[in-house]
Ligand binder design. Structure first.
Ligand code: ADP
Length: 512
């Protein structure tokens, strides 16, 4: 990826041709970025939320005007098909902006909280104070959404942002920088640092007030270690090995279509893609046929009518190959696809479904992030749940059945940040729902009502009129102990004794 001139090269995964070059941000500039961001924070954080949201609206308008150019940039840089650039990367970004513009003011407003009787005479509030400079480090699979959504959430909450987009998709990184400039954000409020992991590491080691990272578990752990040294809080959005559970009473045609889409959309390079399929034994053979029929219809290519594009990152192809090779060498069999030695050159991988796998294989336990779907039969609901929970990941899952009670029962028992019933992945497209993982899929949540507050310090405020001379719990303590004893007993016992409470309270006041 790096040339001697410290320029990032964008290579088209579908043609192998050079699409363009971007200047890398020198790591000596890290301090300048942070200084500029902290200066800009002073004004930006003081703006009323409604004014900050005006900038977001301009961003949305500009994006809508240029939607085709953005879609083309994403498709070129990632190798994903145009439809997916539009539907799965641009749409959720626009919708997130819209959601934040609609609900942001309310989510960030100071909240009045009821004050308990023992603290009588005071008012209580919670305020949401921006954290400062938020460092967003983003990946290449949904290079727009996974950068811009945390950015706008942090910005709406009053933070300034430094983005380090993935070096694998530098053109989208550049495009994001231009979007924020064109939307007219004040100088220094958004800065983009281009480069690879060295640049990412240099910024992580700088002075962020918060780090929002989306990427691999391995890099997430490195970032968390660095952040821990300076007690910098983080959100980590990491990988997944998402299970699909299909019961015999499900709409099997729909389930097969859903499974194929969930496994192969974006060539499986989705943290929430289906990576394990569990099918009730009685319908297992029939379901395999349905899957094969759906896969046979798929069109691979890079035009408007193609279903599946290329892989984006060469190293990822190797991971998929290793998983497939191991499974086949240990007795697994192909339902669709071919062994890896028959793969064609280049970045197009065949949508591959594998049966006869065992639960200790890499193909079941490790994230593939590619078009690889192992299918496993199960006999009981209990067994399906146990198998589905048997990985280190827990990001999304889906349950397919017409029995609503069963669907909800199973959904509740899956250790997963999200569960979809009779559909897949789609929770991520509803910005009102929280997004994030359990176990090694990550730490923290965004989207949803907490999506902006993640980027804030929650501040407790209590207010007294200041008119009374003293408080009962202040000095002097002389003679107060037995009065407090009776006060608390009368207050906390199961049947409250109001007359003792009032007498003790008045006596305590007189002791002040
Ligand atoms: P992937 O893109 O395959 O999910 P990574 O998790 O390595 O893989 O990359 C996600 C983002 O993290 C990219 O923007 C990458 O440049 C960045 N990154 C990689 N290594 C580090 C690191 N040590 N410190 C900070 N950022 C890093």
């Amino acid at each position: 990826m790096h040339s001697a001139h410290e320029r990032l090269q964008a290579i088209s995964p579908s043609t192998g041709k050079l699409l363009g070059e971007i200047d890398e941000t020198p790591i000596q500039h890290v301090d300048v970025f942070y200084e500029k961001s902290k200066m800009a924070f002073n004004q930006w954080s003081e703006l009323p939320v409604s004014q900050r949201l005006e900038y977001l609206k301009k961003l949305k308008e500009y994006m809508v005007e240029n939607i085709e150019v953005i879609a083309k940039t994403i498709a070129d840089d990632t190798g994903k098909v145009l439809t997916e650039a539009l539907v799965a990367d641009i749409m959720p970004t626009l919708d997130a902006i819209q959601h934040i513009c609609q609900h942001g003011t309310k989510m960030l407003k100071r909240e009045k909280i009821k004050t308990p009787l023992l603290l009588i005479g005071k008012k209580s509030f919670v305020e949401y104070m921006p954290r400062g400079v938020v460092l967003v480090i983003s990946p290449w699979n949904y290079p727009l959404q996974l950068a811009v959504v945390p950015m706008i959430s942090a910005l709406a909450a009053g933070n300034t942002v430094i983005l380090k987009p993935s070096e694998v998709t530098p053109l989208v990184g550049k495009c994001i920088e231009e979007l924020f400039i064109s939307a007219g954000f004040p100088d220094g409020v958004v800065q983009v640092a281009h480069g690879g992991k060295e640049v990412g590491a240099a910024f992580t080691n700088g002075s962020p007030d918060y780090i929002f990272f989306t990427g691999s578990v391995r890099t997430g752990k490195i970032i968390q270690e660095v952040a821990a040294k300076n007690l910098v809080p983080t959100t980590l959005e990491l990988g997944g090995k998402d299970p699909l559970i299909v019961f015999a009473d499900a709409n099997l045609e729909r389930a097969a279509k859903g499974a194929v889409w969930a496994a192969f959309t974006n060539s499986g390079q989705v943290c929430m893609s289906a990576e394990r399929l569990y099918v009730e034994k009685s319908v297992y053979p029939r379901f395999l046929e349905l899957l094969k029929k759906e896969v046979d219809k798929l069109v691979q290519g890079n035009d408007e009518n193609s279903d599946i594009g290329t892989m984006t990152f060469p190293a990822q192809v190797e991971i998929v190959k290793k998983q497939l090779d191991e499974a086949l060498s240990r007795g697994a069999e192909l339902v669709t696809g071919v062994p890896s030695h028959l793969w064609q050159k280049g970045m197009y991988l065949p949508p591959t479904i594998v049966k006869n796998v065992t639960h200790d294989m890499k193909i079941i336990q490790e994230e593939a992030f590619g078009p690889l779907l192992p299918v496993v039969p199960f006999e009981t609901e209990e067994q399906a749940i146990t198998l589905a929970n048997d990985t280190v990941y827990g990001l999304n899952a889906s349950v397919w059945t017409h029995d609503r009670a069963k669907a909800r029962r199973v959904a509740s028992r899956l250790v997963s940040g999200a569960v979809v019933i009779n559909d897949v992945i789609v929770t991520v497209a509803h910005h009102g729902l929280p997004f994030g993982g359990t176990k090694q899929s990550g730490i923290g949540r965004y989207h949803g009502s907490g999506g902006l507050r993640t980027f804030c310090h929650e501040k407790a405020i209590m207010e007294d009129s200041g008119r009374r001379k003293s408080e009962i719990q202040w000095y002097p303590y002389k003679g107060k102990y037995p009065l407090f004893l009776n006060l608390f007993k009368s207050y906390f016992q199961s049947k409250r004794n109001w007359s003792t409470f009032a007498r003790m309270y008045i006596k305590l006041l007189k002791r002040n």
